[in-house]
Design a protein around this ligand. Structure first.
Ligand code: CMP
Length: 133
């Protein structure tokens, strides 16, 4: 069974959407294996977003992710990585398909409610960062 990493971002937590979002994953066949809330540190975000460190949006992204609590979720299921990406929708909520989390609850490219691992290799790396071995 494939595993993937989901982060429910501070904008969605602030809007009291944790239950709504978790329900969408569960209703689409995913199993929640583990989860916790935290205000992430700069260190963990530097590891998680390592591929974006040189991007001009990186500093703002990290500040946003540290602006409140997030929920780190370890989910599993058949094709969990691509399924979560589909449920999440495109990075830009304006370009996301209707009924996706980002279309429904995102308010911009940065405040886009959720993160999901892009590919299986990222999922393995990100699960190790947020949940250990
Ligand atoms: P996420 O799935 O968490 O992975 C990288 C994040 O960078 C992405 O969602 C967006 O929130 C953010 N991001 C990507 N492109 C931009 C951008 N142009 N401006 C601000 N944030 C961005």
């Amino acid at each position: 069974m494939e595993k993937t990493l989901i982060l429910i971002k501070p904008d969605a937590v602030e809007k009291k959407l944790i239950g709504t979002i978790i329900k969408m994953y569960e209703e689409n066949g995913l199993t929640i294996e583990d989860m916790y809330m935290c205000v992430p540190t700069e260190e963990i975000l530097a590891k998680h977003y390592a591929e974006h460190i040189e991007r001009d949006f990186y500093k703002g992204l990290v500040e946003f992710m540290m602006s409140g609590k997030i929920v780190a979720v370890l989910a599993s299921g058949e094709n969990a990585v691509s399924l979560v990406r589909k449920i999440n929708g495109a990075t830009n909520p304006k370009k996301a398909d209707p009924c996706t989390i980002r279309y429904l609850y995102g308010s911009g490219v940065q405040m886009n409610a959720v993160h999901g691992s892009a590919v299986i290799e990222d999922a393995i790396r990100e699960i190790e960062i947020w949940f250990g071995n």
